[in-house]
Design a protein around this ligand. Structure first.
Ligand code: MRU
Length: 361
């Protein structure tokens, strides 16, 4: 148990190689309790992702990278085929923990590629390469979020009001966040943004996580319920919406926490630009449109009783609880990546972003 420490000084995810564990902040306990937990078994890692102890697309990717490394390390064989068969089994299992955030399969596939590209090496050497790759996934996440922040900062000016939904912050990544990266970088420059954080029903990532981390960092943040965004926009308090995403399709449709598309529709009504902050690891060029993105459905209890002293819905009532929705590309003013800001038409601009990524290698 870790009490009193500033949440910004604690790693969202880290590797404890000496104890063969993935170490995370248990985000289901925030903001009242900061509890650090170690995940060692496949079941513990799977549960932590499924139960949102670690959540947010990039952090899920980092946890999966460390997770599959820790599990691979524990495979006791010198034989490549036996090693790969077990690795694949564990990888497929972790990959089944959540369906929407593409970073999960992106990180696991990247780790699998290390195993496949090094067939000629010993199992011990492959394990060492897996460790290096998992650390690189996290280091890259920090660099990428910073670059997103720098591009995002060009879209706003000092004193602006920024609305965000869910948590695409430091707690969803390794540092800076994606949607919060322009906010943190702006704060370093004295930009004095006024941030509105949607509480984000039903799991309250906006209230429990975004408001917590921004407030802990000294950012001017105001918490609002999800049904208040129209009012703050109509009042002229919001100059831009920055949100993260779990998967961007090749046409620019973006899946993010349920309610994002409502915010985007309201923003259109009031002429507020909506920017999706997306590392290229979240852009899935193999998914043509948002219609093909699998949307996670979650338990009814999250809506009816989870956060209340008493159940707040009649027993037996039907509940619809999708974790994400898809914002149509027409509602998106720009997709902020680590390689620049993609603008409509996204079918073209996202290809250009990936071409830049290729040429940077
Ligand atoms: O269900 P969650 O908490 O994992 O949902 C998180 C989001 O929707 C984030 O906005 C998204 O993953 C981007 S995080 C940089």
């Amino acid at each position: 148990m870790e009490q009193m420490k500033n949440i910004m000084d604690i790693d969202t995810v880290s590797l404890d190689d000496a104890n063969s564990a993935v170490v995370i902040i248990d985000q289901t306990k925030l903001p009242e309790t900061i509890e650090i937990i170690s995940l060692k078994t496949a079941q513990e890692i799977w549960d932590a992702i499924y139960l949102l102890r670690v959540r947010g697309a990039p952090a899920i990717g980092v946890a999966a990278g460390y997770g599959i490394y820790v599990l691979a390390k524990g495979i006791e064989t010198e034989d490549y085929d036996t090693f790969y068969a077990e690795f694949k089994k564990q990888k497929d299992y972790l990959n089944s923990s959540r369906p929407t955030a593409v970073n999960l399969s992106w990180a696991l596939n990247r780790m699998e590629q290390v195993v496949l590209n090094n067939k000629d090496k010993s199992v011990a050497e492959i394990k060492a390469l897996l460790k290096a790759e998992s650390i690189e996934i996290q280091d890259e996440d920090i660099r990428v979020c910073k670059a997103i922040g720098e591009y995002g900062l060009t879209l706003v000016k000092p004193g602006d009001g920024i609305l965000t939904h869910c948590n695409a912050g430091k707690l969803a990544t390794s540092k800076y966040g994606t949607a919060t990266a322009p906010i943190y970088l702006g704060q370093e420059k004295g930009y004095n943004f006024r941030v509105f954080a949607d509480e984000t029903r039903p799991l309250l990532q906006g209230a429990r996580l975004t408001a917590f981390e921004l407030h802990s960092s000294g950012v001017d943040v105001t918490l609002i319920c999800d049904n208040m965004s129209a009012m703050v926009m109509k009042n002229g308090w919001v100059d831009a919406v920055f949100v993260g995403c779990d998967r961007v399709a090749a046409n620019g449709d973006a899946a993010n926490k349920i309610g994002t598309s409502v915010v985007a529709a309201v923003a259109k009504q009031y002429g507020v630009p909506v920017y999706i902050c997306a590392p290229t690891s979240t852009i899935d060029m193999n998914t043509p449109t948002g219609a093909e993105i699998e949307i996670e459905q979650r338990k009814a209890e999250e809506v009816t009783e989870m956060w209340y002293k008493e159940r707040m819905a009649p027993r037996g009532v039907k509940v619809f609880n999708p974790a994400f929705d898809v914002t149509d590309h027409e509602l998106i003013a720009g997709i902020v990546t680590e390689f620049g800001i993609a603008r409509a038409p996204y079918t073209e601009s996202l290809k250009e972003i990936f071409a830049k990524k290729e040429s940077s290698k």
